[in-house]
Design a protein around this ligand. Structure first.
Ligand code: HEC
Length: 117
């Protein structure tokens, strides 16, 4: 039974990004994402750079391109938490961004607010 509890504990720890690379980049940015602490998002400038690199291909710089049947982000009504989930795990034709840290995911989710009309 002890092995089962170990697995459970691991599952809980993984809720906040156990994706490969996530830990290094979090450590590099000096962001403490340990349980119970507030998670800080990356800066708006960094979020814009990430968005341009990883998202504008399908969503366009203003969120409205709609390539690969991507949702128009300027009219999206999704909340921040939901967006973080979609960005991290992907949906339909949208690829998951498993290598992004929690701070990066949150920064992107907040950046999308600015694309709304
Ligand atoms: C390969 C194309 C592609 C890329 C790259 C991409 N997306 Fe998407 N995105 C989609 C598609 C397609 C959907 C619709 C998914 C569905 O509902 O089936 C979507 C949906 C979304 C949604 C949900 C909006 C809503 O209201 O339903 C968000 C938020 C989003 N994308 C953000 C992002 C962000 C941020 C990035 C960059 C990290 C990104 N996407 C990169 C194709 C893409």
């Amino acid at each position: 039974m002890r092995g089962l509890w170990g697995l459970l504990a691991l599952g809980l720890a993984c809720q906040f990004g156990c994706a490969p690379g996530a830990r290094e980049s979090e450590a590099g940015a000096g962001t403490d994402t340990g349980a119970g602490s507030a998670i800080e998002a990356i800066s708006a400038g960094e979020a814009r750079r990430l968005y341009t690199m990883k998202c504008s291909l399908c969503h366009g710089p203003d969120g409205r391109l709609g390539a690969s049947r991507a949702t128009d982000l300027s009219t999206s009504t999704m909340g921040v938490d939901q967006r973080v989930g979609i960005i991290k795990y992907g949906k339909g034709l949208m690829p998951p961004q498993a290598s992004l840290s929690t701070a990066e995911l949150l920064g992107l989710a907040l950046y999308l607010e600015g694309l709304r009309q």
